[in-house]
Ligand binder design. Structure first.
Ligand SMILES: Nc1nc2c(ncn2[C@@H]2O[C@H](COP(=O)(O)OP(=O)(O)OP(=O)(O)O)[C@@H](O)[C@H]2O)c(=O)[nH]1
Ligand SMILES: [Mg+2]
Length: 388
């Protein structure tokens, strides 16, 4: 059980320059979760594993909400925040397997200045390498594109966008030798790199399609370069999606002397993105790989616990839009998930969600809820998935 619990941990690494909104995003996410305003928090609690960290985020949030105070820039130190997603106490728990029902999210916050400045000494350099190793053990990475910077560069957006992406590629390359041991590519590394427009409230006319178009038009080459750089880190670089998924984010509406924390965009998508994108991508990738390689094993390791939760009947519904034969892929995962199970036709995520709730199957209810949230994000043009 313990092993399952840990395997259901999803990590997200958020990359962005200093001032791009990383800490505000994390603080709003947590504050809204505590106030049960985040989607799904009527059913589950999101709790910081470390109380002191949780209190600091909550304090940031309350400062914004009540006094229009902004968190301080994250200098020198980096921190990983772990959250557990737990069924609410009192919500019908059929069994006592409460611990096994947890999901976990680890969110890496780090000082954006690290992408822009050289380390101040050997100790800081060591800390940076350690942080990058932690960041890079995530399955999903998100690069923040700052709306404020786009506004500051109207008509010459490519200058800002090029420097943002080039800096990330350059920093990754610089750290490559320290992160890779003996130049061996890694099985575990973020394979999904989304681009997120932060402070999207500043660009109300921009929907996710125009955000994607802007990036492809202005910095298509730099995105290809980033993909190439990321590819040098990983085993099986064909199993990567860099710059294929896009999302809009706004942590609050910032008005003079008032921060309206209830007006936000995309925050409800963060958990679903961290949990569900790896599931829908990794399975077909793993299937295409030679069985038994480190990368294939790692991909299976990430998705197996989720597949187990969803069960054989639910999987094809969630993955119906995948171009590959899911049945074969899933059969590789577990002999129990035999092909015949995947002949299950029709059915909707919504129906499965209701069924899971009726059965008090917390994890299945949560994961199908996440999938519905992603679909809603598509419809509202806040999320654009390269492959669904
Ligand atoms: N309009 C708007 N402004 C935002 C939003 N999020 C952050 N900001 C502004 O951007 C500033 C910087 O945000 P932070 O979250 O501290 O930035 P950071 O990425 O953590 O920066 P470092 O810690 O220096 O790496 C905030 O003080 C706000 O003024 C948002 O969603 N909308
Ligand atoms: Mg910060």
């Amino acid at each position: 059980m313990k092993q399952n619990k840990i395997a259901r941990e999803q990590q997200i690494a958020v990359f962005g320059e200093s001032g791009s909104g990383k800490t505000v995003l994390l603080s709003s996410f947590y504050g809204l979760a505590l106030e049960q305003q985040l989607s799904g928090t009527d059913r589950f609690d999101i709790l910081a594993v470390n109380n002191a960290q949780g209190r600091r985020l909550h304090q940031n949030y309350l400062g914004m909400k009540n006094s229009a105070l902004l968190p301080l820039s994250t200098h020198f130190s980096s921190t990983s925040y772990a959250f557990t997603i737990k069924r609410k106490p009192g919500a019908a728990a059929k069994s006592k397997k409460v611990i096994a029902e947890e999901l976990r999210l680890v969110w890496h916050d780090y000082p954006g200045e690290w992408f822009e400045e050289e380390p101040s000494g050997p100790e800081e350099e060591k800390r940076r390498i350690g942080t990058f190793q932690a960041l890079l053990s995530s399955d999903v990475a998100m690069i923040l594109v700052d709306s404020q910077k786009l506004l500051d560069h109207v008509g010459e957006e490519e200058r800002y966008l090029k420097s943002l992406l080039t800096n990330i590629s350059t920093q990754l390359l610089k750290l490559r030798d320290d992160v890779l041991q003996d130049n061996q590519p890694l099985a575990t590394f973020p394979r999904i790199w989304l681009l997120a427009l932060s402070k999207a409230d500043l660009l109300p006319e921009t929907d996710v399609t125009s955000f994607r178009d802007l990036l492809v038009e202005k910095v298509g080459r730099e995105l290809n370069k980033l993909q190439e750089v990321v590819g040098t880190f990983v085993e099986a670089p064909e199993a990567l999606s860099v710059g294929e998924d896009f999302v809009l984010l706004s942590s609050a509406q910032f008005e003079p002397e008032k921060i309206e924390v209830t007006k936000r965009v995309g925050l409800d998508l963060i958990l679903p993105i961290a949990a569900m994108l790896p599931l829908s991508r990794f399975l077909p990738w793993a299937q295409a790989m030679t069985k038994g390689t480190g990368a294939a094993k790692q991909l299976f390791k990430v998705v197996t616990p989720l597949v187990e939760v969803l069960g054989k009947a639910r999987l094809p519904v969630l993955m119906a839009r995948l171009p590959v034969p899911v049945a074969t892929a899933a059969a590789l995962l577990s002999p129990a998930l035999s092909k015949s199970a995947f002949d299950f036709a029709g059915g909707k995520v919504e129906d499965l969600h209701v069924q899971a709730r009726e059965k008090h199957d917390f994890l299945a209810e949560t994961l199908t809820g996440f999938q519905m949230e992603l679909d809603r994000g598509d419809e509202e043009k806040v999320l654009l998935r390269g492959r669904v």
